[in-house]
Design a binder for this molecule. Structure first.
Ligand code: ASP
Length: 341
């Protein structure tokens, strides 16, 4: 029988109406098949574990990612797939970070959650949970996992975790991966988009890397940004790297003061990564003069990476490597399918 480990970290999905207290209380995932009887139709053994305390995902910290990575590594041999129930607010950050922490993942790690609690009428939680479990358990004819990746399953779509972003605060279509096609679509059947799914080398064993260096800041350029604000973010002592969220295909302010601060940050050895503010498309610093100036000042292209993924990639690379010049080179590599390169 296929075995799935369900890990409930917190978030809206796990809430249920309590008629006695007249409010919401956490759902008991140990009795999941009684609460969601639809799951009985699958020949899947589901073991559940619940975080204590439960975490609203706005409070997620890298130690939760370490805890998840270690839990999955420690129970890796006993399960065919993993489903992580997580609040939607930072799900794309967590899925991105975990994708970099796992090396040679050969089993599915599927994040899901919901916009309405599972115990509410019209909930999207049941649908999301059932699809996530079915996908985590799915194998091909050779018995290999259909999707050996860290993914987000939401509203009948399966997305690569490190390509995903939350796009809707209230609607059921809360996630999208604007620069990469969905890995699967759930309709009458689940259709897998096989050419787009990563496959690890069969002989390599799973390893996890839990050292993360979070000394990263984000500078979002905008009209009217002041020299002092840019100086504080780019030259502040607290960061080894800065993600610069630029306009369009990677353009920013061409004023001398801005370029001088960038050059100074580069001289200080900071890693400067260019990520577009646009939802889709990619950074190309060879297209416009303003982009070229950034490149000359030492800014590295993030290609079509999301900010969530850029953060996870930087935490991971900085955690593994003390030398920023090595991190700068590694950043341009496609490590886990996070960039189209
Ligand atoms: N604030 C909640 C969380 O992210 C919202 C949700 O679960 O969707 O944990």
């Amino acid at each position: 029988m296929t075995r799935i480990l369900l890990i409930y970290t917190g978030g809206t999905i796990g809430m249920k109406e309590d008629p006695v207290i007249g409010g919401l209380r956490p759902f008991d995932f140990d009795g999941i098949k009684e609460e969601v009887p639809e799951l009985k139709k699958f020949n899947i053994q589901i073991d559940a574990c619940t975080f204590d305390p439960l975490i609203d995902s706005s409070d997620v910290e890298p130690h939760l990612w370490r805890q998840l990575a270690e839990m999955i590594r420690d129970s890796y041999a006993s399960y065919d797939g993993f489903v992580i129930l997580h609040g939607t607010d930072t799900m794309a950050y967590s899925a991105s970070a975990l994708s970099f922490m796992f090396e040679n993942l050969s089993k599915p790690v599927i994040f899901t959650g919901s916009q309405l609690p599972i115990g509410r009428p019209r909930t999207d939680g049941k649908e999301n949970l059932i699809s996530a479990i079915e996908i985590a358990a799915a194998t091909d004819e050779a018995g290999r996992a259909m999707v050996p990746e860290v993914c987000i399953c939401f509203n009948s779509r399966l997305y690569r975790g490190n390509r995903s972003t939350k796009v809707n605060a209230t609607g059921f279509e809360a996630f999208r991966s604007p620069n990469y096609p969905p890995l699967a679509t759930a309709g009458i059947n689940i259709d897998y988009n096989l050419p787009f799914i990563l496959r690890p080398e069969p002989s390599n064993e799973l390893s996890i890397n839990t050292s993360l260096d979070t000394r990263v800041s984000i500078l979002k350029v905008h009209p009217g940004i002041t020299e002092q604000v840019v100086r504080d973010i780019l030259l502040g002592d607290g960061s080894r790297a800065v993600i610069i969220e630029t306009y369009g295909s990677g353009n920013a302010i061409s004023k001398d003061w801005f370029i001088e601060i960038l050059k100074e940050a580069d001289r200080r050895g900071k890693v400067l990564l260019n990520v577009t503010q646009c939802l889709s498309g990619n950074v190309n610093m060879d297209l416009y003069a303003t982009g070229m100036t950034l490149k000359k000042a030492g800014v590295i292209s993030g290609y079509d990476i999301t900010t969530e993924s850029a953060l996870g990639k930087l935490f991971h690379l900085l955690g593994c490597e003390g030398d920023n010049s090595v991190v700068k080179k590694a950043l341009t590599n496609n490590l886990r399918g996070e960039i189209s390169k």
